[in-house]
Ligand binder design. Structure first.
Ligand code: SF4
Length: 72
């Protein structure tokens, strides 16, 4: 699993960073989402799923593969 975020869509609510602080952070100036770990460790997958559901703007998503990397 990989995690993608769209900072332009992010409204800075911070729910992702609360739900999965090992995987999501917030830009100190803009307040928008930062992906800290992609792919995230398996132990954080459930928290990532929670974060995606909690995000009010649909700015983060899970993708199972990327062109440039192998999925876990
Ligand atoms: S929960 Fe969504 S809107 Fe809030 S900071 Fe995270 S990505 Fe942005």
């Amino acid at each position: 699993m990989f995690v993608e975020a769209n900072p332009e869509r992010c409204c800075g609510a911070g729910m992702c960073a609360l739900a999965a602080p090992e995987v999501f952070g917030q830009d100190e100036e803009a307040g928008t989402v930062l992906v800290l770990a992609s792919p995230p460790d398996v132990e954080h997958w459930e928290a990532v799923q929670d974060a995606v559901q909690l995000c009010p703007s649909g700015a983060i998503r899970i993708v199972m593969s990327r062109v440039d990397e192998q999925p876990i």
